[in-house]
Design a protein around this ligand. Structure first.
Ligand SMILES: Nc1ncnc2c1ncn2[C@@H]1O[C@H](COP(=O)(O)OP(=O)(O)OP(=O)(O)O)[C@@H](O)[C@H]1O
Ligand SMILES: [Mg+2]
Length: 364
């Protein structure tokens, strides 16, 4: 397994205010309903207050812009102490991840698989919100719903039952054009390959196919030059669909819920990643483990996070996602938190995750 080691930061210099990019543009072609309500509650100045921390300053999830101090406390119970000691929620020194500049080189997309066979750990939430945050930073993003539950599609305001074509058709039918499946989302620069229950048939049908593990990779090949990032939302299993996602991907992000059994099953997951890397996809590496649903007010949450950092010292993202009811609300609203509650710490956390992921890409 390729360790990510230390992360070089300060790689981006050009300043870019994401608030300027959140205006909802009208979408053409396949418009995704329920998404274009453009919550303009944000003020650009508020972003600036957070994003323009001078170099050497550290992520302050308790900053003035946060309208929900109780939630802020779930990440940093004592922001003053955090500033003084410059320690992030993972207990390590917190680097500053600068605002990424515009993309200078368009190349084939970096493909990320959001993967954990444990259910309900934040895979879908992280796919939507990391994708939306990367799109705010001017990256062209394709989200792939690779779970027959279709939660990613629902979370973006799509009714999976009304779809004629889904990622299933793209993967299983060789003549299918990607344009017949692609949906534009209300987030400028972010598209979706939706899915529904049809995809569950693929798991069975692929078994008898030649090169069954690389069906998704083949389906994505015509699309990767049109995007900077492709993020694949995996289903909660290590079956053939997940192996397809790992075979197509360059990086894996493993969301881990900060609760007692969080680490159970992670060994099996890392083993699977290693096997895919050895046998099918030498380009694959674990980019990071993302602690989700963290509540620093509970000793339990803090202990679990400490254990995770101890187990994977080089692979835990500095960014930690706190627990907030705002995330379930966004699913109902059918939009990312970055537009639903643009000023919330939840949105800020996923923006920071996007910057951390970009910093890791640039450090390679
Ligand atoms: N940081 C958070 N704080 C509070 N609730 C959260 C958070 N992240 C996700 N949730 C909620 O937890 C539930 C599970 O999240 P999500 O659907 O993202 O997990 P998942 O890993 O994709 O699940 P599955 O394995 O079923 O696909 C959802 O109701 C979601 O709204
Ligand atoms: Mg999911």
């Amino acid at each position: 397994m390729t360790g990510v080691g230390s992360v070089a930061v300060h790689t981006f210099v050009t300043h870019q205010n994401p608030a300027n990019m959140t205006a909802h543009q009208s979408t053409d072609g396949h418009h995704v309903s329920g998404m274009a309500r453009g919550r303009a509650e944000s003020g650009p100045a508020r972003f600036a207050a957070y994003d323009e921390f001078p170099d050497g300053e550290f992520f302050d999830p308790d900053a003035e812009f946060e309208p929900d101090p109780e939630y802020a406390a779930t990440i940093a119970p004592d922001a003053a102490r955090q500033r003084r000691e410059r320690i992030g929620p993972t207990g390590r020194p917190m680097p500053y991840f600068p605002i990424p500049g515009p993309v200078t080189e368009r190349g084939p997309a970096t493909i990320i698989a959001m993967c954990n066979q444990k259910g309900g750990v934040g895979k879908t939430t992280s796919t939507i919100n990391l994708g939306a945050a990367l799109a705010e930073y001017g990256r062209r993003v394709l989200l792939v719903d690779f779970d027959p539950q279709g939660a990613l599609s629902v979370g973006l305001g799509v009714n999976p039952m009304e779809l004629d074509n889904t990622v299933y058709n793209l993967v299983m039918e060789s003549g299918m054009a990607p344009d017949e499946v692609l949906l534009k989302t209300a987030i400028p620069g972010m598209d979706l390959l939706p899915s529904n229950i049809d995809l569950s048939a693929a798991e069975v049908q692929l078994v008898s196919e030649v090169a069954r593990e690389s069906a998704l990779q083949r389906a994505l090949a015509p699309l990767i030059n049109d995007y900077d990032f492709v993020v694949i939302d995996c289903q909660p299993s290590l079956g053939l669909l997940t192996v397809n996602a790992l075979t197509a991907a360059h990086k894996v992000i493993v969301p881990l819920e900060c609760e007692f059994f969080a680490l159970r099953g992670v060994a099996l997951l890392t083993e699977t990643i290693e096997k895919v890397q050895e046998r099918l996809n030498p380009n694959l590496s674990l980019d990071g483990i993302l602690a989700t649903m963290y509540d620093s007010r509970t000793v339990h949450s803090r202990e679990v996070l400490a254990r995770v950092v101890e187990a994977f010292p080089d692979n835990v993202y500095h960014t930690v996602i706190g627990r907030t009811v705002r995330f379930p609300e966004t699913t109902v609203a059918g939009e990312p938190i970055t537009t639903y509650a643009s000023n919330s710490v939840g949105a800020a956390a996923y923006r920071q995750l996007a910057r951390e992921v970009l910093a890791r890409c640039h450090a390679e």
